[in-house]
Design a protein around this ligand. Sequence first.
Ligand code: GLN
Length: 282
Amino acid sequence: MPNSKEVFSWTVDQITLDEHPEEIRSIIYLMLEKKFNITKSNIIAARDIPDFNQGELHSIVKRINKGEPIQYIIGTQEFYGRSFNVDPSVLIPRPETELLISTVIDHLNMSRIDSPKILDIGTGSGCIPITLQLVLDAKDVTGIDISEKAIATARSNNQLHNTQVNFQLADVLNDPFPDNHYDIIVSNPPYVTEREKSGMKINVLNFEPHNALFVPDNDPLLFYKVIAEKSKICLNYGGIVVVEINQLYANDIELIFMTNSFRFVQTIKDLSGKDRIVKAIL
Ligand code: GLN
């Protein structure tokens, strides 16, 4: 029977990914804990592993070496301090998207809306509306997505967190918003252009859902135009839109909101200094 330290070293040695050795070690720690219940302290103590499933470890190593994101392999990702179920039908929550949450919280600290009514467009795993419901104690929160599978994953996250976000199948480009009295509308829509594909890593390009990532080169701001136009009709006076953006288009996106009667349109930079969030008040 192998001990956990041997299994850890063997696994690390099998990984052929072009990543920093520290990154590989932390991926393997995470994977062994989530898939085999082998914790870091077990590994350090070189504990024996009863019933070790070697076949499963081999198949996981193969998946990692093909570039499959570890989050899809273990089925979860942390976002804003909580764990969310993920699978290939949804984008893996990104740390920079936490800025969308803190932008909404900062705004509400300055304004006077109790229990705001919230809509999230292109909700994916549902990490945004579930987090907002929990941190704001918001009762009326809706998340829409064009993908039936994504809606199922989002609902599984509702169960996981014991939240009551109303997840609905809808196509933002062609369907009206479910209601028209929101205080807050948020979205992390697709915003990567086809021509940016060449600079992307295979773990994103080959595994994450393209309908959540890409927009056509000839209309990269398609989602922002529709969101601004529909939000103008469906937001309460003084309500806000907060969207994640492609850093290449901050000025154009600001302009879209300004030409749709929004005021105090503002771009906020993420931790790496990139334009990441646009906030607009109606
Ligand atoms: N930030 C994501 C990425 O770089 C893209 C997210 C999106 O398109 N909304 O992969």
